[in-house]
Write a protein that binds this ligand. Structure first.
Ligand code: 5AD
Length: 348
């Protein structure tokens, strides 16, 4: 095990069998060494800096019906909301006052927001806050739409691949296509975004073999950001009777991702903090270096429950800073772009 970890740290790669062996034989000592190497890889690339992103959940309408997700189109028990462009700008202003330099615009897949509406809001944000990065997390759209958003000034795009197992993907995402998801990710990269992929840990039917596929898929895609979090059960979804994903397995996946993609920007996800009170600190010690405080309007926040307990997360930067320091890190208020990304010249 030690030899494998050393090889992973030195070469940033392992083959399928080696990776599976690692996951199948993970014990406490190995985990400790894994986190040690992951932390070293992070420090070599970003030091002890932790970057902040202001998350704005601007609509919880969604045309999809992902089996695990609380805002799935078929959930009739939640109240739906949409923020106007003016309300989104207010959220950005709150974030700006806090010193945040990335705004993540996240929503369900909501066609109410046409390309024109989104281009408009991206332009407005860039005009008001030219020193800030705009990240979109709005799901699948066409190549041309993605290109228009990029040209309007969007810098980054988050679209988790959710699972790299075609079979599992099909079961959990009725009516959606695994191929189209991966097409979106490669389009986004080609256009020039900093791209974030990622997966959920603890999905029913997932095993170490599927996790290896997730990790190798990421290695092949070379995303700039990776979001990994445990499954958190939402009572109004078809997965209500299942068990959520584990903290430990998530930390292991985070650390392995850091070693496979040493320059990656890796958030300690909200789902992890919901699962374990010290989740954030633990993730920061296992290779994570990004935190995404929620700056959505209060009235909307409770309605954006992808899973139970999500809306209670804090936006108290002081408190976040305390946690970050407990993990031996410090908050860095710069934009926190990926080390080797430069925006392609384009019309803004
Ligand atoms: N548990 C954990 N993660 C979830 N997501 C959606 N629902 C859940 C859940 N119940 C994740 C998906 C999506 C991201 C925005 O939230 O991976 O891409």
């Amino acid at each position: 095990m030690k030899t494998l970890l050393k090889k992973l740290y030195n070469t940033n790669s392992l083959d399928r069998d080696e990776m599976l062996y690692l996951l199948d034989h993970m014990d406490e000592d190995t985990q400790e060494l894994l986190y040690f190497y992951a932390d070293a890889a992070k420090v070599e690339n970003y030091g002890k800096a932790v970057y902040l992103r202001g998350l704005i959940e601007f609509s919880n309408y969604c045309k999809n019906t992902c089996m695990y997700c609380g805002i799935r189109g078929e959930n009739a028990a939640i109240r739906r909301y949409r923020l106007t462009n003016a309300q989104i700008m207010e959220c950005c202003a709150v974030g700006d006052r806090l010193g945040l330099k990335t705004f993540v615009l996240q929503s369900g897949e909501d066609d109410f927001y046409t390309d024109d509406i989104l281009v408009d809001i991206i332009r407005q944000i860039k005009e008001c806050f030219p020193y800030c990065a705009v990240t979109l997390s709005i799901g699948e759209r066409s190549y041309m739409s993605y290109k228009r958003f990029f040209e309007a000034g969007a810098d980054r795009f988050l679209l988790r691949h959710e699972t790299a197992s075609g079979e599992l993907y099909k079961k959990l995402h009725p009516g959606m296509s695994f191929e189209n998801r991966q097409r979106c990710l490669s389009d986004l990269k080609e256009i020039g975004y900093q791209v974030g992929a990622g997966f959920i840990v603890g999905l029913p039917g997932q095993d170490n073999k599927t996790l290896v596929e997730d990790l190798l898929y990421l290695k092949g895609l070379q995303p700039h950001m990776v979001g990994i979090g445990p499954l958190v059960i939402h009572p109004q979804t078809p997965l209500r009777k299942y068990k959520g994903g584990g903290l430990e397995k998530t930390l292991i996946c985070l650390a392995l991702t850091r070693l496979l993609l040493p320059e990656v920007l890796l958030p300690s996800t909200t789902a992890l903090s919901v699962t374990d009170e010290e989740g954030m600190q633990k993730a920061l010690k296992a290779g994570a270096n990004v935190i995404m405080p929620n700056i959505t309007h209060d009235f909307a926040r409770e309605m954006y429950e992808l899973y139970k307990g999500k809306s209670g997360m804090t936006v108290d930067i002081e408190k976040i800073a305390e946690e970050v320091e407990k993990a031996g890190c410090h908050i860095d208020m710069s934009r926190g772009d990926h080390r080797s990304w430069k925006r392609k010249a384009c019309v803004i």
